[in-house]
Ligand binder design. Structure first.
Ligand SMILES: [Zn+2]
Length: 163
């Protein structure tokens, strides 16, 4: 069964991501998320780990982040949790900045091709009160098309609820 468009986040994971984003008001931040898939094929995010502060308009994982994630994979495995995706911030004032950039889409669709549950969370600390978001966050996956009339990668916005 394909993953559900509905995902769930614990309030502690939500708070860790937002506090990390708020701690860096002008530079993007990045981190990893862990969780499990429930019987409804919903990705349930229970743990978030802040990794790094990047540049003003760009943040990516670097080699040492992958070394850092291996021990987390091991310790979470013992709790029945998997590495289910990543989060990063778009800390920009005024308007709606919670979307997947071209760079985000490229990175994400590569990773998602090896894990269909792979989920991206984008956060804007300045949109935490925006009612069109989940407390300043949105979640995304990519859809690759092999259709000849439409080639390329589309972004699917997921529904978020509390776990
Ligand atoms: Zn981005």
């Amino acid at each position: 069964m394909p993953p559900s468009r509905q995902i769930r986040i614990t309030s502690s994971a939500q708070r860790i991501m937002m506090e990390f984003a708020q701690s860096s008001p002008v530079r993007e931040v990045i981190g990893v998320i862990f969780g499990y898939v429930n019987d409804q094929q919903e990705v349930c995010i229970t743990k978030a780990h802040p990794f790094r502060i990047g540049q003003k308009h760009e943040v990516q994982f670097i080699d040492e982040d992958y070394e850092r994630v291996y021990p987390l994979i091991k310790s979470h495995e013992a709790e029945g949790l998997m590495w289910v995706g990543w989060f990063h911030s778009h800390p920009f004032k005024g308007g709606d900045h919670i979307y997947m950039s071209k760079t985000d889409i490229k990175y994400h669709s590569n990773a998602q091709s090896g894990n269909p549950n792979w989920t991206a969370i984008v956060i804007n600390p300045y949109q935490s009160q925006d009612p069109n978001t989940f407390h300043g966050m949105r979640a995304f996956r990519t859809i690759s098309s092999s259709n000849k009339l439409f080639s390329g990668t589309k972004v699917e916005t997921l529904l978020i609820e509390h776990l």
